[in-house]
Design a protein around this ligand. Structure first.
Ligand SMILES: C[S@@+](CC[C@H](N)C(=O)[O-])C[C@H]1O[C@@H](n2cnc3c(N)ncnc32)[C@H](O)[C@@H]1O
Length: 284
């Protein structure tokens, strides 16, 4: 066995066992110059729920949040992880004053171009959630498509504290999270494929995918090992799922009272056993 072959195989074989809970992988995912290209394409695919919801579902969600009075024209709304602005710009076109924030420059550029083209006054900023420093500024914060599932508990609590400060007294935090049902439906992804260039890398690469369950913590890991001619890199996508009671407790500890729960942001009446829970938490 040559030295370079053995070091390649060892780099892969390091990943044969279940990683410790929340072990980080590659730090750049959303704002990776190549991955963000495929991600933007996925966001903009109107018929696919992968990165953003199907666009007809987004229309229904925005319609519901506005007609039910949770978001009103003139409200100041922070869209946390706005991506290409699919919610921000829809809300802005209804007279809502929206600030969309995200770390993906590529998605933000699209959001800004759309806002200009439609003559909207949506504000967009490139900033990490954890660097936000707003005090008493917003009537509503929205976070859509399960971004909150991706944080370890201490980061999630830190983010809730940042959002509590950013909201005005009585302000609303509106978001959705997945339940364990979603995870059980998708099941373990144990597979691989070869690509000439695609989502993960522009040139030839192999993708090895493995799912790991941490049932005692209600956490799931989708691990992607990407092998190309330069490197072996590992992306760990963590998901902490919730049920209504566990998320209610987390919100209560962070100073929010749950004033509404549905199975999605389009207002489907809440029933236990759904794939998603959508919530409105009010600053106490
Ligand atoms: C699942 S996507 C949802 C996008 C959008 N909310 C939607 O539903 O169309 C999550 C978004 O959060 C952004 N994001 C992830 N982590 C972030 C962080 N720490 N700070 C700012 N944005 C972040 C990503 O770039 C991505 O656009």
């Amino acid at each position: 066995m040559t030295e370079s072959y053995s070091s390649l195989i060892n780099a892969i074989l390091k990943h044969t066992s279940k990683p410790p809970l929340y072990e980080p992988g590659e730090p750049r995912f959303w704002d990776d110059p190549h991955i963000s290209k495929g991600m933007l394409e996925a966001h903009l695919n109107p018929d696919n729920d992968a990165a953003s919801r199907k666009h007809a579902s987004i229309d229904r969600e925005v319609e519901h949040l506005v007609t039910a009075g949770f978001i009103k024209p003139g409200d100041r709304v922070l869209d946390l992880g706005c991506g290409p602005g699919l919610y921000s710009n829809r809300l802005a076109s209804r007279g809502v004053k929206v600030t969309g924030i995200d770390i993906s420059e590529r998605s933000l550029n699209y959001a800004i171009a759309q806002s200009k083209e439609k003559g909207l006054d949506t504000e967009f900023c490139r900033v990490n959630f954890f660097d936000l420093d707003y005090q008493n500024e917003f009537d509503v914060v929205i976070q859509t498509h399960g971004e909150l599932n991706t944080f370890r508990d201490d980061s999630r609590d830190e983010l809730f504290a940042i959002l509590h400060r950013a909201l005005k007294p009585g302000g609303l935090l509106i978001f959705d999270v997945t339940t364990r049902n979603t995870r059980m439906k998708h099941g373990e992804k144990n597979d691989w494929y070869a690509s000439e260039g695609g989502f993960w890398r522009p040139g030839k690469h192999l993708v090895l995918t493995q799912g790991y369950d941490y049932p005692e913590d209600n956490v799931w890991l989708d691990q992607y090992i990407i092998i190309d001619s330069d490197n072996v890199k590992v992306y760990n996508n963590w998901f902490h799922d919730y049920d209504l009671e566990t998320i209610r407790q987390v919100l209560r500890k962070a100073g929010f009272e749950v004033v509404q729960a549905w199975n999605d942001l389009a207002g489907t009446p809440y029933e236990e056993g759904g794939d998603w829970i959508a919530l409105v938490g009010k600053v106490i």
